[in-house]
Design a protein around this ligand. Structure first.
Ligand code: FEO
Length: 402
């Protein structure tokens, strides 16, 4: 298990998780992920974060190719979620660090997760800095990016920002740098990660990007705790620009139709709605919740500003997969979307009302009445669905200034 020297005397000593598809217990990581850990050798040897506990041996093996474990002086915990802190108790035991640095809320998280009695915890806040020899480490709290305890660490002498969860991607590769991988793959994985993990905190992302710009700090390497490292000022700026674009959620001329179906009536309606979008030149993707995971739907939503839901009426409500999707989407707080609703019914017909209510609750604009049809769609029903697609497309194009 070899470390990778990412800057002089700065080593990646993390782990690549090729097979896990469950990310943080709620999201899908179709390409696996990585748990990045960095080790800096200076007068003090410093480890930044750890890995998920089942990768302890991998990390220790890489670390021991750089230093003896007992020579680790400091551990910096940028974030306490277990995919980054899971090996902390073992490392404290093996390394006996002189100090463990974390944010004020990091200390609380650490104490809640582990038996920290006797641990040399030292709390640092935004603006605090420590010297480790020829380098300084400056700390910047980034609350809610991703948990209240989150912070990032900046090493000015290396122009290196070790940024934990933000700017990450779920990707498992032997390559360590963004510039070694197809850019379209990286961008897709950034969209997927952002819209399943970071989206609710978009206002904080914008504040953080502004704060970094105002601080005037030079960054030529961005080292997240998941995925690939951005190397060089151009790639760092590319990443910042992408994050600003994701966070601003500007209107996009693209639609996604999300449905579940019982006897295919609602499915057929979905295709008719899509025809309406297509006729207006608005690209559209249809996603069936029995085959498309809720994380994949959120990734698609990252590219689409019209979001149309379809469900038949089931027990006076909607189908469970649709309800699950709506709950997941609501928590991720998408902004700047127009919505639409459709579905078939047998006798009571609450589907459209229920779907529309959920979309309004999320703050979606609903420019067109929903379409519900009894049992099996007829030619006239398809026409109504098609027309709904046309009207939604027109409303979206207006939003896009098209
Ligand atoms: Fe990758 Fe919030 O932990």
């Amino acid at each position: 298990m070899h470390p990778v020297e990412i800057k002089k005397d700065v080593f990646w000593v993390g782990a690549v998780d090729y097979t896990s598809r469950d990310f943080h217990g709620y999201s899908l990581s179709p390409q696996g992920t990585t748990y990045n850990t960095y080790l800096v050798k200076d007068e003090k040897t410093v480890l930044f974060d750890t890995v998920k506990s089942n990768f302890l041996d991998t990390m220790l093996c890489r670390m021991s190719n750089v230093t003896e474990l007992e020579k680790v002086d400091y551990i910096v915990c940028n974030h306490l979620e277990p995919d980054h802190s899971g090996c902390l108790p073992k490392l404290v035991e093996l390394c006996k660090p002189e100090k463990i640095f974390c944010s004020p809320l990091g200390k609380r998280s650490m104490q809640a997760h582990y038996d920290t009695e006797g641990w040399p915890i030292e709390v640092v806040k935004t603006g605090d800095s420590i010297n480790i020899g020829s380098r300084d480490i400056q700390f910047i709290e980034t609350r809610m990016l991703h948990w209240p305890d989150s912070m990032v660490s900046y090493i000015p002498q290396d122009k290196l920002l070790i940024c934990n969860d933000i700017f990450g991607q779920n990707i498992s590769t032997t390559e360590r740098f963004v510039d070694e991988v197809d850019r379209a793959v990286v961008e897709h994985d950034m969209v997927e990660y952002y819209h399943n993990i970071v989206l609710p905190f978009s206002p904080l992302v914008l504040k953080t990007l502004d704060a970094i710009a105002e601080m005037g700090i030079e960054i030529d390497m961005l080292a997240p705790d998941h995925g690939l490292i951005f190397r060089g000022k151009e790639d760092v700026q590319w990443c910042f620009d992408k994050y600003r674009e994701f966070a601003e959620q500007a209107w996009k001329k693209r639609a996604v139709i999300i449905f579940d179906t019982m006897w295919h009536s609602t499915e057929k309606m979905a295709y008719a709605v899509a025809e309406g979008f297509e006729s207006e030149g608005v690209p559209v993707r249809i996603m069936h919740l029995k085959t498309d995971h809720h994380s994949a739907v959120m990734t698609e939503l990252g590219r689409a500003s019209a979001v149309v839901f379809g469900s038949p009426t089931h027990n006076n409500g909607i189908l469970p997969e649709v309800a699950k999707m709506l709950t997941y989407m609501k928590g991720l707080r998408p902004q700047n979307r127009i919505g639409g609703a459709f579905g078939s019914f047998g006798w009571s017909g609450e589907c459209v009302k229920s779907l529309s209510g959920s979309l309004v609750d999320m703050g979606f604009e609903m420019p067109v009445d929903g379409v519900k049809i009894q049992f099996v769609p007829t030619h006239d029903s398809f026409k109504k669905c098609y027309e709904m697609g046309v009207e939604l497309a027109k409303a979206l194009k207006e939003k896009c200034g098209d």
